[in-house]
Design a protein around this ligand. Structure first.
Ligand code: F6P
Length: 341
């Protein structure tokens, strides 16, 4: 049997570890052949297929990014997309797919599975916002990078007695902001799930200055002020209807400086959070997802996604996993309110 593998959406540390796990187990235990689809669904749509075997996956475990490339191409937005995907698979003798992606890529997978394509999904995203799994790989690495940045920003904030705002990724969910903010001892953490009151943020900033410490404010790019709106980089939308975010950090620093009469600066971590080598935990989780994904292919358990429940890897229906977005529960966020201000 020949199995196709694709990685879609924003890249994420650990993608290569999944590919390696899938290929190594598939070749060694089941004598499967593999093919890589270039740049996510784009390769499936445009018939760009590359060889994928044990030699191609050698040495890739610690490498960031994805050897297969990625894109935000949505075949459902292209004329005859599903038929073109099916034609590519047929032309290369690919009878099943491993689809590694976040909520958008997996939603397409769920639809194509409904239309008869045999596939299994693997959840990836630094945002940790895929439903049905406790954790996605990439998240741990991103939190580590953001935490280190916050630690560094504390010392420069203290030296200048100014506010430092750190903008982290997180379009719909504040998992990175919350975890890195708590780990880094931030004084204010703002997440998309909880519209914030700028007066309250300024009060927290001021109370921090009063006890002679400089405030560090961590904000997810998707956080919104009450009565305000999402700050976007520009209005262009991708094929999944997403605008490019970023700008809330700048806005906050400006408002804090204007309202409190103190100095405030912003650091936007951006793609630094997604790049580079995965943490040990992400390599471990991604490897396990890869091994279990090929097992699901062997069992012909199509339309499922590998997921982490506690310490166990299980399979959940793709339909269930893509029905919504996993957000930060209010009670979890409130646990840390003691540290604000
Ligand atoms: O992968 C999800 C994500 O990290 C979001 O948090 C962010 O909005 C988006 O990717 C940005 O991706 P890009 O700039 O690569 O399109």
């Amino acid at each position: 049997m020949k199995v196709g593998v694709l990685t879609g959406g924003g890249d994420c540390p650990g993608l290569n570890a999944v590919i390696r796990g899938v290929v190594r187990k598939g070749v060694q235990e089941y004598a499967y052949e593999f093919a890589g689809l270039r740049d996510g669904w784009r390769g499936a749509l445009e018939d760009e297929v590359v060889p994928l075997g044990v030699p191609e996956v050698r040495g890739i475990l610690p490498r960031g990014g994805t050897i297969l490339g990625s894109s935000r191409t949505n075949p459902l937005k292209h004329d005859d997309g599903p038929r073109r995907v099916r034609d590519t698979l047929a032309a290369h003798g690919i009878s099943a797919l491993v689809v590694i992606g976040g909520e958008d890529t997996l939603r397409v997978a769920a639809e194509l599975h409904r239309q008869g394509i045999r596939l299994v999904g693997v959840p990836k995203t630094i945002d940790n916002d895929v439903c049905g799994t406790d954790w996605t790989f990439g998240f741990d690495t991103a939190v580590g990078i953001a935490t280190e940045a916050i630690d560094r920003l504390h010392t420069t904030a203290e030296s200048h007695m100014r506010t430092l705002v750190v903008e982290v990724m997180g379009r719909h969910s504040g998992w990175i902001a919350l975890h890195a903010g708590v780990a880094g001892g931030a004084n204010v953490i703002l997440v998309p799930e909880r519209p914030f009151d700028i007066d309250q943020v300024c009060a927290w900033v001021q109370s921090r200055f009063e006890i002679k410490y400089a405030p560090v404010v961590v904000v997810a790019e998707g956080a919104v002020p009450m009565d305000g709106q999402l700050v976007v980089k520009d209005r262009t939308v991708d094929e999944f209807g997403h605008v490019r975010l970023s700008g809330i950090g700048e806005w906050l620093a400006r408002e804090i400086a204007r309202r409190t009469g103190t100095d405030a600066r912003t650091t936007v971590l951006g793609h630094v959070q997604r790049g580079g080598t995965p943490s040990a935990f992400d390599r471990w989780l991604a490897t396990r997802f890869g091994l279990h994904a090929i097992e699901a292919i062997k069992d012909e358990d199509f339309g499922t996604m590998t997921a982490l429940h506690g310490t166990r890897i299980v399979r959940v229906p793709l339909d269930e996993a893509t029905a919504g977005t996993k957000t930060v529960e209010p009670s979890l966020y409130d646990e840390f309110s003691v540290f604000f201000g």
